[in-house]
Design a protein around this ligand. Sequence first.
Ligand code: GTP
Ligand code: MG
Length: 320
Amino acid sequence: MAIQWFPGHMNSARLKAAETMAAIDVVIELLDARLPEASTNPLVRELRLQRQRPCLKVLNKADLADPQVTRAWIEHYNRQPGVRALALSCRKPGDVARLPTLCQALAPHRNDNVKPLRMLIMGIPNVGKSTLMNVLLKRRIAKVGDEPAVTRSQQTLQLDVRHSITDTPGLLWPKIAYASDGLMLAASNAIGRNAMIDEEVATFLAGLLLRRYPALLASRYGLSAEQLAAVDAVSVIDRIARRRGLCRRGGEADFEKAAKVLLQDYRDGVLGRISLETPATRDAMLADEAAKPGGAVGTPAGEGGRELPAATTTEAADGR
Ligand SMILES: Nc1nc2c(ncn2[C@@H]2O[C@H](COP(=O)(O)OP(=O)(O)OP(=O)(O)O)[C@@H](O)[C@H]2O)c(=O)[nH]1
Ligand SMILES: [Mg+2]
């Protein structure tokens, strides 16, 4: 089942963001470092290109992502003309504090009290936009929470006389083109609970972990490498249920509860540092999709294309 979630408040948030875009200087596009392309909202790109606003791509939650893969993503993005990217974690306030300077480089004309730099934070739900704003402000002004759609309206605050920052509600888009993107977004808690089926999302996640991070699965759930080598995604969840004593009446494994355990463990980062996609897996997915009968011709990972004002960039892939 294709995952889609575009509740009414997102449509009004999109219209409001389009309006605000006229009165800001730089977009801080927050992506999830564990799934940078799947968490890239085409609406954000469309809105900022309409107004020709420069953009800093920030791969947030880098503390949860595989550092080697994050490094590959940063190199990948920074190779593209007009794209500036860095990775960070809101858990490291020192890294976040560098953002105004990096944004300033993208809009060098906005650099005094008369023309303060106006930054707009945009991104998918639950990616850490409000947390980022609170860290920059060094105050808990915006409400945050580990669920999608916590912020429902825009809020602009003055960082100091030279900088203002606007937090926006998380935005998805009306049609997520690739099923695996919907599943990655759902696994990472960017999709409303009613728009997904935990068991389906957890089965996708288990399959991905089995292929890419079997050692992390083995150590978290006390399964041997041999056991894992012989099972599929569904049986991984079954085994988690049995290891954790999650049973229904009659002794049958409680698949639903075990699915929730796996999803929560991934979201909390207790499995270890995991990236759901790499530049190479992204390209392979797009090639597969394009080869399907009637399949869309995929754009390669990243946006490519336009020249934007040059900025100094830093590559803090570790994010811890
Ligand atoms: N591990 C980790 N967690 C983070 C980071 N940044 C934010 N979070 C957590 O992510 C969750 C969502 O944060 P919010 O700031 O509410 O996210 P948001 O993008 O404003 O979400 P919406 O308002 O729903 O669109 C919270 O539980 C934060 O503590 C980070 O860099 N690392
Ligand atoms: Mg928020």
